[in-house]
Design a protein around this ligand. Structure first.
Ligand SMILES: NC(=O)c1ccc[n+]([C@@H]2O[C@H](COP(=O)([O-])OP(=O)(O)OC[C@H]3O[C@@H](n4cnc5c(N)ncnc54)[C@H](O)[C@@H]3O)[C@@H](O)[C@H]2O)c1
Length: 335
């Protein structure tokens, strides 16, 4: 859908609501409303960050929709990073059994990943994405100008998801960095679109997108309980290191791939304070029990036979998973 067409659709809706967070609201709310021609929209501003991706926030947004008499012909515009597109997609997909929503991603991570593909949801009990639906947005409108206000650390977080596409689908993306990322945004989004189109409900090949996420999510959930929470991308960058290490042990991946990744990992973690210790491993592993990537009680991984040759549903013995974390923690201490 082109911008003009989207503007017409928004103009024809019974009401337009714009959901955003307190940071994005400061920078982009009036500009984006103007861009979409919906200056009269009702604004719903929630707290920023992963800790607000909860059922409680969803309920607050539902109540605001109800108080404003939103009906099934209303449209919700989700303006923000992956936290907002995940939350807003979930809210819209459940409100009155589903209203239309548009994603306007404002982080690199959301532009290349979270806003695309219809997976949405909220966290529950400290575990990521436990409640959600598969519902496609009406449209994803990307305007890279929004990245001009993005903090460096959040940019690096998005680069990590782009590197993921490099490992699973197109090695050109392994070259992505802070100076050249703009030229890869469309390519990364197209890769995600293609993978999702083949498997919209994540039953088969879409699982390749979880490369680095099995342990990445566990690390992210664990650090959310500490003084030094890591971003989603930083956690995935660490999870990818473990996945590469496990791929060498279990799938014959060349060791050079891991060695080549280490400088990249260092740069992706440049703004992070990684506080992981061997005594944290049990706590990190406890989050794997709740991971949807689990199969028959075993953590199930996406591993690589080679770059661009992912294998899904790889069962890895618990001891090897533990060892990968121990090796990661040793490496991070040296970084
Ligand atoms: N649904 C999916 O397919 C999918 C895929 C990947 C990640 N995710 C989810 O995405 C979330 C992470 O998304 P994220 O990294 O975008 O985090 P985020 O949405 O929490 O944004 C990170 C921070 O940047 C701020 N911010 C956003 N845009 C800004 C801008 N333009 N200028 C200044 N500040 C800005 C936000 O307020 C927040 O503080 C996680 O919850 C993850 O689980 C979902």
């Amino acid at each position: 859908m082109r911008l003009e067409e989207l503007k017409e659709t928004l103009a024809e809706a019974s009401q337009v609501f714009v959901l955003t967070d307190e940071n994005v609201a400061q920078y982009w709310l009036p500009e984006v409303e103007h861009w979409l021609g919906c200056e009269q929209a009702e604004e719903i501003v929630v707290g920023a960050g992963e800790s607000h991706k909860t059922l409680q926030t969803a309920q607050e947004v539902w109540e605001t929709l109800l108080e404003n008499n939103a009906d099934r012909n209303a449209i919700l515009v989700n303006l923000g990073g992956g936290t907002i597109t995940d939350l807003g997609g979930f809210v819209a997909s459940c409100y009155q059994r589903g209203i239309r929503f548009v994603n306007v991603p404002t982080t690199l991570l959301a532009m290349v990943d979270a806003a695309i593909g219809g997976k949405n949801g909220v966290n529950l009990g400290g575990c990521k994405n436990q409640i959600g639906t598969f519902t496609e947005p009406l449209e994803v409108m990307i305007n890279p100008i929004c990245l001009s206000s993005l903090p460096e650390r959040e940019l690096l977080s998005g680069l990590a998801e782009m590197v993921k596409y490099g490992f699973i689908a197109d090695d050109a993306l392994l070259k992505v960095n802070e100076t050249n990322y703009e030229q890869y945004i469309l390519r990364a989004g197209d890769l995600k679109r293609d993978i999702v189109d083949d498997d919209p409900t994540d039953m088969d090949q879409r699982k390749v997108l979880n490369f680095g996420h099995t342990l990445g999510h566990a690390i992210e959930s664990f650090t959310m309980t500490t003084e030094s929470p890591l971003t989603h991308g930083e956690s995935v960058a660490l999870g990818m290191w473990c996945a590469l290490w496990l791929s060498i042990q279990q799938c014959g991946l060349h060791e050079e791939v891991l060695i080549d990744y280490e400088p990249k990992l260092r740069s992706l973690l440049a703004e992070a304070e990684v506080e992981l210790h061997p005594e944290d491993i049990d706590a990190i592993l406890s989050y794997l029990d709740h991971d949807k990537k689990n199969k028959d009680g075993h953590a199930s991984f996406v591993l690589l036979k080679a770059v661009e040759k992912p294998i899904i549903d790889e069962e890895v013995p618990d001891e090897l998973v533990r060892e990968s974390l121990l090796e990661l923690i040793k490496l991070v201490d040296e970084l």
